[in-house]
Write a protein that binds this ligand. Structure first.
Ligand SMILES: Cc1ncc(COP(=O)(O)O)c(C=O)c1O
Length: 420
């Protein structure tokens, strides 16, 4: 008779777990390679300047933190399961904020849904709406979640290029008819991550809505950076434009606007049917945003003007500082009108010699500066790196010097140092 020990050993041999094919199909997470190198750099006591993720370094506003503490302490009912779709106070406040900010009226009952961050909502939207083989239309480059969530939902991503010569706006006419016939969702995101592009000609929104209507597409508009804008630029909501609610849902995040990335809270608004399907899907998966976080988020929206004005000032100042430091080493970088990023074109010889991933790795290993390689956002992002302005002002001078060191080492001829 076989002993238990032997049986367990045998079973162990048999227990070779493999993830689903869908999970295996996914490329390694964009930041995982950089993250690993970052940890190695920290362990070697290298002075790391981490500009790789859009993870705000600013603390959440004190009034929001206070609201959270007080709520948790004084109101034990908030320790229970939350209302998954968002408590009425949360949804009503979102609707009021939306009306004030964008002039768009929303029905808080049907057109607003709380999310555990907009990433969660975007990913679950794919699962709620896609059947195996359905296409999603995704910009290249883009926030990687659109692609990954499509694969996890059994869908097929179709990547359309967005190019600097087109101000990073899509050319819808280039998307083949045979793909359009099988497509169900189109993702658009302005202010854009990673390119920082904004929409200045509002006729684009009308065109996008018409395109979605004509092709029976859900227009998934990711507005995570709507409030991080500079030089007087105000980002619109797609829901401001006629017919949008027939096809569009729009995602918002507290992560960037209110430096609340770790709190995990956001919301989706728009087409009531799509919002309803997402709500239904989520009801089988999660219990929603903790009540005390929802109440803190309400406080954030109520204090929006004061908080956001300050946040904008800080990022705009960092943007100007970094660009000035780069200019001093002879590297010209585009000035973004929005987001907390710089989308920097690498000198040609670096793209040819190394490409953005190898360059980002070298920069990190040799100097401790961590950035996101453009290629991580799609092959069309090659030739660029993305810098998140999420460190103290006094680090940008050093950042530029470290870039200069690696550029020199690679034989890059930068323009003459500019005295500024
Ligand atoms: C374009 C875009 N959408 C959504 C998100 C996710 O934000 P959240 O923290 O709300 O999940 C990010 C985060 O970096 C982003 O860049």
């Amino acid at each position: 008779m076989i002993s238990l020990e032997l049986l367990v050993k045998k079973l162990k041999i048999m227990n070779e777990f493999k993830p689903s094919e869908k999970l295996e199909q996914l490329p390694p997470y964009l930041f995982s390679r950089i993250h690993k190198l970052k940890l190695e750099a920290y362990s070697k006591n290298l002075d790391v300047i981490d500009l790789s993720m859009g993870n705000p370094d600013l603390p959440t506003d004190t009034a929001i933190v206070e609201r959270l503490c007080e709520t948790v302490r004084e109101h034990p009912r908030t320790h229970r399961y939350p209302q998954a779709k968002g408590m009425p106070k949360f949804r009503n406040t979102v609707a009021e904020w939306f009306l004030k900010r964008f002039g768009v009226k929303l029905d808080p009952e049907k057109e607003v849904l709380a999310l555990i961050g907009s990433k969660e909502g975007v990913a679950h939207l794919c699962m709620a709406m896609l059947n195996p083989g359905d296409y999603t239309l995704i910009p290249d480059p883009a926030y990687p979640v659109y692609y990954n969530a499509t694969i996890l939902a059994g869908g097929k991503p179709y990547l359309f290029k967005i190019k600097p010569e087109n101000k990073y706006l899509p050319d819808f006419s280039k998307i083949p008819q045979k793909i359009l016939k099988k497509a169900k969702i189109i993702f658009l995101n302005y202010p854009n991550n990673p390119t920082t592009a904004v929409v200045e000609d509002e006729s684009f929104f009308k065109e996008a809505i018409m395109f979605a209507k004509k092709n029976n597409l859900i227009l998934c508009y990711d507005n995570a950076y709507s409030e991080i804008t500079f030089d007087g630029y105000i980002a619109p909501s797609i829901l401001q434009f006629e017919g949008a609610k027939d096809v569009a849902v729009e995602f918002h995040s507290f992560s960037k606007t209110f430096s609340m990335a770790g709190w995990r809270v956001g919301f989706v608004v728009g087409n009531e049917k799509i919002v309803g399907y997402l709500e239904k899907f989520k009801s089988f998966i999660d219990y929603g945003v903790p009540t005390f976080i929802q109440l803190a988020a309400v406080k954030a929206l109520l204090d929006y003007e004061r908080i956001v004005e300050e946040v904008r000032k800080i990022y705009q100042h960092r943007r100007d500082l970094t660009i000035k430091e780069f200019k001093k080493i002879g590297w010209d970088v585009d000035v973004p009108k929005a987001t907390m990023y710089l989308w920097c074109k690498l000198p040609e010889e670096i793209t040819k010699q190394l490409g953005s991933l190898k360059f980002a790795e070298k920069l990190l290993v040799e100097t401790g500066v961590a950035v996101a390689p453009g290629v991580g956002f799609g092959s069309n992002g090659e030739g660029y790196i993305r810098l998140a302005l999420v460190t103290a002002n006094n680090r940008f001078h050093d950042t530029a010097l470290r870039f200069e060191k690696v550029f020199r080492e690679l034989g890059v001829e930068l323009k003459k140092r500019k005295k500024l």
